[in-house]
Each structure stands twice: as C-alpha cells, then as structure tokens.
Design a protein around this ligand. Structure first.
Ligand SMILES: *Cc1c(COP(=O)(O)O)cnc(C)c1O
Length: 427
C-alpha cells in the first residue's frame, strides 16, 4: 500500500484479507493464542519467530492498525499503546535510564510537561525545556554528554506553535540523538514529520485519528533511520539477558526500537491497547483524510471571523494569512493545520468564562480534536497544575480559549460563536 496516496492508505492499509477471510478487520478479542507444540511457543518467547501469544505483547487486530499507522507516517514499524501518555512515556523510557537527560520544546501538551518535569525527574531522567523558536545555537548549548533525545510537537497543544522540524532534526542529528515528534494535531494527513528528518513519531490517537471521542489510545512510529550504534543506546546495541542475549539492532535492524519497546515496555509495564479500541481507531482512520479536510476548512473560516470581530483581543491560528507561522505552514502543513484555534475574549478570564457558558452547539469538554465542536479554558483545566511562570513559558494566558472546531456545517458553528459573543456584550 506504500505507493498509494495518503487518502487511499487511510482506507486500505493495514488489513488485506485473504480468500474467504472477513472483509472488515476482525476484533480478535482473545488474550491468548493456541500453538500445538511447546517448541513453537518457546521460539515465540525467545523472539525467534513472530506471532501472537499473549495480547499484552501483540494481537492481530492491533498489528493491522499498527501497520496502517506505520504506513501513514512513512515509518518502518509502529506500536499501539493504551493512551497517548503511554506512547510519549514509552518513546522516552525505551532509550533512557536514570542519569540520562532529555531536551524538550517548552510548548507542549500539559500532560507531557508534567511527565517530563515531575515523573521522569523522580525516576532520575532530567529534562531541559527550550523555547522552540530559540536559535540553533541556543538549543545546542543545552545539550550535555548524557542527553539522549530531543522532543517537540509539530503543532503544539494548545499554543499552536508550528515547529521548524528541519531545524530540530538538524540540531538533534548534530548531537547524534534522535528527534521525537508528537504529531497528534496535524495527523499524518497534514504532516509526516519523518519526511522532514524526525526519527520517531508519537501520537495521542485519542484525538483526530480516532476522531469520534470513543477510545483513548497512543501510537509510536519509528522511521527506522536512526543509527543507534553510537554507544549511547546500550539497551538496543548490547545483549539483552532477559531474551537470551539478543542484540536488538543486530537481530531486528530497522525494527529494533519498536521490537524493544514491545518486548520490554509492554511486557513489563502493560499499557497495551485493547483490540476493541483498535477496531474503533481503525474505523476513525478510514475517514481521517476527509475529516481533517473539513476540520481545517471550518477552522479557517471561524478563525477569519474571530480575527475580524473587535470583541476578540487576539486569535492564534497558524493557517491565518498573517500568522507568524505562515511560512512554516506553507512548508510543513500545506493542506491545512488542524481544527483547533485559540483566542482571547476582551474582558479577560471572567468574559472568557461567560463566553464559553453561552455557547449552545459547542460543548465544554476537556477533549479536543473530535467531530463535535468543543471548547475549553486551558488555564483552569488542562494546565491548572502549572505555576504562572510555567504557564507563560508554555504560552498560555488567563483569557485563552481553545476552540476545537468540528465537522458540522460551518454556518452553524459561526452562528453559535456570534450569539455567545452577543450574550457577553449584553453583560
Ligand atoms: C492528548 C494529548 C496527549 C496525551 O494523550 P492521551 O491519549 O490523552 O493520553 C499527548 N500529546 C498531545 C499533543 C495531546 O494532545
């Protein structure tokens, strides 16, 4: 399927039934798999042959969706996890241990920020945060001998900073570390970071990929291009005693990173996706390209309207013609960015709350990036753990509203926004 266009891969990749098999990806709702001989089972355990034996490590429904996502991102292999948080955590812990250091863009999802600044730190992995728009020199200065990776989001949630992926890839590679990109907001339909030099791509599939707010999920995709043999990644290049001395880079080549994540992290930590959730995710992926197109066209119209209304103090939407990121959008997101817009309502926190509560079609939910239009106030919800300094470093102001524009008719969304602004003006 690799030679087909992204729209076709969304629909067809991953599952190709043979003669007489179900047309639709079956839900293999079984924790375990039967084999006739103890010898075959032993070989599976030793990673000498490939095949499912226990769903914590792999399952045919999950594998089909993993192949589809790997093909969508143009990667060598992928792993599904039970949530986006688990995907981000696994992508790091797969190649870092206590004493190591990572560098991350400061403009990232609140949950990822907490993971990096608290939980990883408590585990002995320290993180330095950098302004994604800092110069290459400034970012390079933060590297240490024990730095193992560079992390950033293509389109940051919720601040919508468009990353200069090539700049980040160059910096990472100059320091012989991989670039890990969270590509949740654009999805592979709008951006494929591997084409711009990213080594690993992670997703919260909970957002647009599932698209209907039914299932938490995450994915890790490896480009298969990073050279792990510098000596800094012994977990991939030295014999693994828990699998009879296997060396992942020798045995699995381009699949090394994903095989190791599966055989260690899923084995030891769980966080496996369920076959039923993977089935729903696959249904979502089938319409992903159609939905992303509608999300983007609707959001472009809503952002243009907000920018023209003088009750709005500022609008942040990277696809607006006067966005500071217009050049990067042309380069990295030529078909559109995403459906999420952030903006400030004049009158600050109180008016922002009044506006949100006056919306009728758009619901107040924590979730973003599904088919239904929804709205959120980050400073009092997703980012409420952050201090004022950390909030402003993450680019979040008290009046910021995050509107996740859905795929309804654009006129209905626009009318809802207008009537809510009218309600605020009336006091
Ligand atoms: C939501 C989100 C996550 C976390 O994903 P969950 O599926 O909620 O665990 C990580 N990164 C980004 C950019 C997100 O939007």
């Amino acid at each position: 399927m690799k030679n087909y266009r992204i729209e076709t891969r969304c629909v067809q990749s991953g599952y190709q039934p043979k003669d007489g098999e179900p047309r639709i990806l079956p839900i293999i709702q079984s924790t375990t798999f039967k084999y006739d001989s103890a010898e075959t089972m032993g070989k599976l355990f030793d990673l000498e042959t490939d095949g499912p034996f226990y769903t914590r490590l792999g399952n045919p429904t999950l594998s089909a969706v993993e192949s589809k996502i790997a093909e969508l991102e143009g990667g060598a292999a992928a792993l599904l996890t039970s949530s986006g948080q688990a995907a981000v955590f696994f992508s790091i812990i797969n190649i870092c241990r206590a004493g190591d250091h990572i560098i991350s863009s400061a403009s990232i999802y609140g949950g990822t920020f907490n993971l990096f600044s608290k939980t990883l730190r408590d585990m002995g992995i320290s993180c330095s945060f950098v302004d994604p728009n800092a110069s290459a020199e400034e970012i390079s200065d933060v590297f240490r001998p024990e730095t193992r990776l560079l992390f950033a989001e293509t389109l940051s949630n919720p601040t919508l900073v468009v990353l200069d992926i090539e700049k980040f890839a160059t910096i990472a590679h100059e320091h012989h570390v991989p670039l890990i990109i969270d590509n949740t907001f654009p999805t592979p339909v709008n951006c494929r970071p591997i084409e711009f030099g990213a080594d690993i791509v992670v997703h919260s599939t909970t957002k647009y990929m599932d698209g209907h707010a039914t299932s938490l999920g995450g994915a890790i995709v490896d480009s298969g291009k990073f050279d792990w043999t510098s000596g800094s990644y012994p977990e991939l290049t030295e014999p693994d005693p828990s699998y009879h001395g296997i060396v992942y880079t020798q045995q699995f080549g381009q699949q090394a990173y994903i095989v190791k994540a599966r055989t260690h992290l899923l084995r030891d930590l769980g966080a496996t996706a369920s076959p039923f959730n993977a089935f729903l995710l696959n249904l979502g992926l089938e319409t992903l390209s159609l939905r992303m197109e509608r999300h983007c066209r609707n959001a472009e119209a809503v952002a243009a309207y907000l920018a023209s209304d003088d009750r709005i103090s500022w609008v942040n939407y990277p696809s607006l013609p006067d966005s500071p990121y217009a050049d990067r959008v042309r380069r990295y997101l030529p078909s559109g960015s995403c459906g999420v817009i952030s903006f400030g309502v004049k009158g600050g926190r109180a008016t922002a709350t009044h506006f949100m509560e006056s919306l009728k079609l758009a619901a107040i939910v924590i979730h973003v990036a599904d088919a239904r239009t929804s709205v959120l106030h980050p400073a009092s919800t997703t980012h409420r753990q952050l201090s004022d300094d950390a909030l402003s470093a993450a680019g979040i102001t008290p009046d910021m509203i995050r509107l996740s524009v859905g795929i309804e008719h654009v006129d209905d969304i626009l009318n809802d926004v207008k009537q809510a602004l009218d309600a605020c003006s009336k006091g």
